[in-house]
Design a protein. Sequence first.
Length: 429
Amino acid sequence: MNTTKIAVIGLGYVGLPLAVEFAKKFPVVGFDINQSRVDELNSGTDSTLEVDDDNLQSVVSLSEVEGNNGLYLTTKPAALSDCNYYIVTVPTPTDKNNRPVLTPLIKASETIGKVLKKDDIVIYESTVYPGATEEDCVPVLELYSGMKMNTDFFVGYSPERINPGDKLHTVTKIKKVTSGSTPETGTKVDALYRTVIEAGTHLAPSIKVAEAAKVIENSQRDINIAFVNELAKIFSKLGIDTKEVLEAAGTKWNFLPFSPGLVGGHCIGVDPYYLAQKAQETGYNPEIILAGRRMNDGMGAWVASQIVKLMIHKGHAVKDSKILVLGITFKENCPDIRNTKAIDVINELKTYGCKVDVYDPWANNEEVKQEYGLDLVDDYTENKYDGVVLAVAHNEFKDLDLSKLRNGHNAVIYDIKGIWDKEQVDGRL
């Protein structure tokens, strides 16, 4: 008889898709502190669009049969008490000074510690610096449970690899790194994930190795993007089109295909700071990692300066000019606005005295208002703009008639994402 019962703590972009897949094989309790999020999911709708409604509804309805597989959604910690696997998928953001914020992770550990039982296994998926699971989370589990790791309960780490908005590389189709606090625990954690991960698993020799592997994945991408962002600045001064240079260089078999752009989101724009923080605690100052972060964090302001220069060259008065920014989410075809760097372009343009409208068919207006204090426009077609900025490459923007965007007003059109014909725009990264 299968006695496995899984709790997934945190039902966002990472936790919900994982909970849904496990719920097809096991009884699963999906826990979140946000009542409105749980109510939404119980109604059969996922506003993150990571799980389609039919898929969600099918596993929720399964759980309505006592003792059956399926997903039971709740905000009540007591519902976790009879689970024996606890998977933590809460956010790990940074503060305004780019320092790691472990508060959600610690709070989740407190909640689990209060219901932890003999031989239970707690698995963390949230991105952290090497050592965080055993040094920061385990003491909280021990304090609230009154038990000891590797004597009474066990711990694993299996970093999330969710790519929001990506319908090709979904949770089951991405190879999963696993690990455990003992060799036996690692084997159990690996076997659990292998029940749902079609792409297979990689059992790391220790939790710290698994933590480090995750945090360098995004740090590597961050550094590579920083390099091409620097190239974009150089080529701009030389009057060379960066995209054309990259296309030419890309004909060599081992050239890495990275593009310049705004680096935001909850992974690439955040994770390097976790590794940097840990490095600094050891007395080492990471030069390349932080240099990459500085380059990428400064791109929004640089792009805004290029737009303003183009406006001046076209004879537009910058102060009180009207500019339309297309896109506020952190990436294309996805409603996720967390740590979007489009806001850097918007805020920088405002410092020049520009009046900025923002249009995004994917973003939730209430979320944008709460997070960034902006009201999205519902319709931009009747307005005349001095500048139009393509910030996010949503499918809805790819075939826009740019002559209509200019609206007979000789507007500057700047394409950050490089999706429009070079001959039809005034500037692009």
